[in-house]
Design a protein around this ligand. Sequence first.
Ligand SMILES: NC(=O)c1ccc[n+]([C@@H]2O[C@H](COP(=O)([O-])OP(=O)(O)OC[C@H]3O[C@@H](n4cnc5c(N)ncnc54)[C@H](OP(=O)(O)O)[C@@H]3O)[C@@H](O)[C@H]2O)c1
Length: 314
Amino acid sequence: MPNSKHLAGAVTATAFAVVFVLRHIIKARNYRSKRVQPIEERVLILGASSGLGRTLARQYAARGARVCAVARRSERLAIVAQECGNRCLPFVADLTEAADMERLRAQLLRQWGGLDTLHVCAGVSAVQPVMALTGVSSGDEDPDAVGVQLAAEIAARATQGNFFGPLIAAITFIPMMKRTSASPAILLVSSVAAIVPAPTRALYAATKAASLLLYQSLAIEHPEIAFTCMLPATIEGNFRSSAVDADPSQKLDETNKKGLRLDYVASRCAEAVDQGLRGNVVIPWFPFAIAHHLYYIWPSFIEKQARKKYNFTT
Ligand SMILES: NC(=O)c1ccc[n+]([C@@H]2O[C@H](COP(=O)([O-])OP(=O)(O)OC[C@H]3O[C@@H](n4cnc5c(N)ncnc54)[C@H](OP(=O)(O)O)[C@@H]3O)[C@@H](O)[C@H]2O)c1
């Protein structure tokens, strides 16, 4: 038989849970009522010439939003613009170039008078074990200075694409979004790799983790903006072809058909912004969100699973 102490505890816990859920529902409702109508929404997608950004651009265009699709490859962007119709503004730019981002901001101000939603999808991959970047054939061999320098230069390319790019984009657009939107939202496409370590993905993971922490901190500094960080596991497509550490003699442009569906991940990104979700969204939540926490209490288990997943032997 439960005694009165247990009963009081259960009632208090239930009351807390109800208040928490109600608070969440009310906040989400308030946010949605302030949020701009889909047809009025001004959406900027950085990294939209292929993969997730391209799919997201098509989804926003299909619901009538104004979409600005940005990437470096003009011929690919032209195809995206055709797919998205006349409300799409293609813009050739490199998000790691401050001058390009300034030009883009001026264009959006001229053409749309501001910006409501920013998706930072652009990113580069890296696929080698760290020691292999130095050119040595085994992890037990001492690399020479030339090899170590080479590794540092490759790391700089990953940092440029995955950290400085998102940094430059955030700095360029945050003030303008605060001034010109009633409910500004920024979504960073990060990765599960940013929270769960993996062999052969160290540079990728480290640089994605850097931008993840950057955006999480920006969310604290700019509470008027709803910041979401999307952390997907492997997605279908040919992201590996962007590898900053690829051996030029090895072709990495095969399409991976095994990952999460592009349409699914893109709709989760748009939904998260529509709902004003803040913080990290890990997809799929199981096992990766668990793995992240499990690492704190049982790192050797996660390390073993990661070696297995990537078929990595020392
Ligand atoms: N694929 C996966 O398995 C996976 C898993 C988790 C997370 N993610 C993340 O998801 C995001 C999208 O990946 P994806 O699979 O869609 O790869 P993707 O097909 O290679 O798309 C990357 C896009 O970013 C653009 N881009 C790269 N660097 C740029 C730069 N400096 N300036 C402007 N645009 C740039 C590329 O266009 P241009 O080359 O034309 O500039 C391309 O449109 C990335 O941030 C990635 O880290 C991917």
